[in-house]
Design a protein around this ligand. Structure first.
Ligand code: 3H9
Length: 697
């Protein structure tokens, strides 16, 4: 018997226990152990009922993802689950923590299921570019009916145990917290009442009820928009449909075929890279795991604008009190009103209760004085991008804040070391770059200055986790990782329009790649006056800044979505960009003024220039040590800018395309377009010459 699965009898209950930390994933040792333990239970004449449960923090959280892409060692999971379903004695699964993917499928192969009320269940395979491949698409709909099974399997969402009970996925829910006691009591009742073996595969009423309905077509139509660009959600629907059109055994075969197709898709590789990358970014190279972390029990925020308010909400959401400071009372009142409106909207949508709205609002205090920062553990400055003002603020914070308080700036571009130089404690100064809207976007780009202490770095990474963000620690340079790459893409997009592309053509290439919006739609969302002001500042400082058709838009009051006109126009209350002939004329006039004869530009050129310029910059970021690993860059782009997770992030995508292809194109554009952005990164050249990838670094 494998050590990770044990068999022991208690009275008339044969207890099968899985113990494979951290999450009891169904790796080879668990699968073979489960079969061996089942055989032992079947052979044990004194065992009337078998009970399957797990040690540690959770029931089985799914197949072992680390085995994917390698040859699968027998027994396969479907075979193990079949054996449990075909057991002659009733088998009970007792669920705590999370029963996910292959874990829930294993439970569905058991004859009865009991769960702790705190447990969560789900089939999240779709989030990894897969579908449930061990009978989930055939068994779940037999319990819940087609509609609910389709919703759960195509979304990958978890359901809480009480909801799972209502849906028929589990037979009982227990409010206790001792899974073994709960499981034993339930199994004993099965034994006492002489309950029979009950196989989900034999249930037919839900299947009969849905026969002849056109719900699958309808569901596919609804999914077309939600799952744009994705492969596996549609395969999930095909697989669930098979449960209603084929026998159970044929349905299982169909599920396997579809699962194999998903497994072979590049989207599966991209999504699994993203899954592990998201976890890997928390392990910062050179930062020891046991680095002490400071307690953050109160937070100060400077600025109650969109950013400051969004940042405050993150802390209030997890019960941490916040004090927002502004120069004027009106700004505080306005900021608070916006926060309340956001919370009220969440309450209207049923995401939080009205009581939670009030609890969270009560955690947000306001003040006009920095003196109210004297006891806080962390201050985050979120005023506009102006170095002189930021330095003034940090000098004041240095005077007021207690020793050991962390002083953070939400700057998106400026030099953290220069900001830190305004204080006597540069070791406590760090960047915490949130992404707009700060209460929604998952990324927190934490920026280390050259003197930031290890303790402060570890603390801001821990803070990211506390407020449910994905924290990535990066180095200090203009724009850090995300905006430094974005600016290169933005400049290239602008140049492409100068040369003859239309903004909507550029945007379409980017949305076709899988971004939720293109470069220009994003500029409209952020406000195109932001870039204009930066360019104006640079002009005033005597720098030569190229003329731009976007400046002309700003000069005509077209600032983006907020004025319902920017690069595109917007109808009342709508965020949908509409192409505006006025802008086409402005661009045409600009080209004429600059003596540019527009040419037809292919989508492929747009793709290469917008994306390869970013990848080349990403390689420079890696060689300078601004990002420690290619996966850090990938996570920044997936969680900060909506890069399609199914492509794994820009650096993973580049590896898939082939770095030689990218380097060759970079060299072509170096000759044709020129500029520092097309100077090939020495790291990229080195990797190509050695036949290596970013992942090899
Ligand atoms: C599947 O089941 C296919 C079947 O239908 C068909 C088969 C034929 N495998 O997230 P955490 C690691 S597909 C291997 O930080 P949390 C994770 O990398 C699978 N490793 O903790 C991390 O390692 P490390 C369907 C796994 O408490 C550690 O466990 N299942 C797996 O925040 C802790 O993870 C899923 O998609 C795995 N399946 O969240 C569930 N899962 O410490 C995926 C986790 O070295 N997992 N690890 O960095 C999750 O959603 C979360 O991990 C979970 C715990 C909610 C379970």
């Amino acid at each position: 018997m494998s050590e990770v699965v044990s068999y022991r009898r208690q009275g008339v209950i044969g207890v099968i226990t899985v113990n494979y930390p951290p999450v009891n994933a169904l790796g080879h040792a668990v699968r073979s152990g489960l079969l061996a333990a089942l055989e032992q239970g079947q052979a044990d004449a004194d065992a009337k009922v078998l009970l399957l449960l797990c040690e540690g923090r959770t029931f089985m959280a799914g197949a072992d993802i680390r085995e994917f892409g390698k040859p699968m060692q027998a027994p396969g999971l479907p075979q193990v689950i079949d054996a449990y379903e075909n057991c002659r004695k009733p088998v009970v699964a007792a669920i705590h923590g999370t029963a996910l993917g292959g874990g829930l499928e294993t439970a569905l192969g058991c004859h009865y299921r009991v769960a702790l009320a705190s447990a969560k269940l789900g089939l999240p395979e779709v989030k990894l570019g897969l579908l449930p491949g061990a009978g989930g698409t055939q068994r779940l709909p037999r319990l819940t009916g087609a509609q609910k099974a389709l919703e759960l399997i195509t979304s990958g969402d978890f359901v809480a145990a009480p909801q799972a009970l209502a849906l028929g996925i589990v037979d009982a829910v227990d409010a206790g917290d001792d899974i073994k006691a709960v499981g034993l009591a339930f199994a004993q009742s099965v034994a006492d009442e002489g309950k029979p073996v009950r196989r989900v595969r034999d249930l037919s009423d839900k299947v009969e009820a849905a026969k002849g309905s056109d719900m699958f077509e309808q569901f596919r139509a609804g999914l077309a928009k939600k799952a744009r660009g994705l492969f596996s959600p549609f395969k999930c629907v095909d697989a669930v449909e098979a449960a209603f059109t084929l026998s159970f055994d044929d349905g299982m075969k169909r599920e396997r075929e579809l699962f194999t197709e998903c497994m072979a898709s590049p989207q599966r590789a991209g999504l699994i890279h993203a899954f592990f990358a998201e976890r890997e970014v928390a392990k910062v190279p050179g930062l020891a795991k046991d680095t002490p972390v400071r307690d953050i029990d109160s937070v100060g925020i400077i600025g109650a604008g969109t950013m400051g308010g969004g940042i405050a909400m993150n802390f209030a959401n997890v019960g941490i009190p916040v004090t927002m400071v502004e120069v004027k009372q009106e700004a505080l009142d306005k900021g608070l009103a916006i926060i309340r409106r956001n919370y009220e909207n969440s309450a209207k949508k049923g995401r939080i209760s009205q009581a939670q709205v009030e609890e969270r609002m009560a955690l947000i205090n306001t003040s006009l004085s920095y003196d109210d920062f004297k006891d806080v553990d962390l201050v985050i400055e979120a005023v506009f991008e102006n170095m002189a003002i930021k330095k003034e603020i940090f000098a004041k914070l240095d005077e007021v804040c207690k020793p050991g308080a962390i002083l953070a700036s939400n700057t998106s571009t400026l030099d953290i070391d220069e900001i830190a130089s305004a204080t006597q404690r540069p070791e406590d100064v760090v960047g915490m770059h949130f992404f707009s809207p700060a209460n929604v976007m998952k990324l927190l780009e934490n920026v280390r200055g050259s003197k930031t202490s290890a303790e402060v770095k570890a603390t801001v990474m821990a803070v990211a986790k506390t407020i449910n963000k994905v924290g990535v620690l990066v180095g200090n340079c203009h724009g850090f990782v995300g905006n430094r790459m974005l600016h290169k893409r933005g400049a290239e997009a602008m140049a492409l329009v100068n040369e003859g592309a239309s903004p909507q053509q550029v945007d379409k290439v980017l949305t076709d790649l899988g971004y939720p919006m293109g470069q220009f739609a994003m500029s409209d969302l952020a406000g195109i006056d932001v870039g204009y002001r930066i360019r104006e500042e640079r002009r005033k400082a005597g720098e030569t800044v190229e003329a731009s058709w976007m400046d002309k838009l700003v000069e005509q009051g077209r600032l983006g979505q907020k004025t319902q006109a920017g690069v595109y126009k917007y109808e009342d209350g709508s965020r949908t960009p509409i192409v505006d002939p006025v802008v086409e004329q402005i661009i045409a006039d600009f080209r004429a003024e600059q003596g540019i004869t527009p040419r037809a530009i292919s989508d492929q050129e747009i793709l290469e220039r917008c994306m390869y310029v970013m990848i080349n910059e990403g390689a420079k970021i890696l060689e300078e040590g601004i990002a420690d690993r290619a996966l850090d860059v990938d996570v920044v782009w997936i969680y900060g800018y909506g890069f399609p997770a199914y492509r794994g992030g820009p650096m993973f995508w580049a590896d898939q395309l082939g770095l030689d292809t990218i380097l060759a194109a970079v060299k072509t554009y170096q000759d044709r377009v020129g500029g520092a952005q097309w100077q090939p990164s020495p790291l990229l050249e080195k990797l190509v010459s050695e036949g290596k990838t970013f992942a090899d670094l």
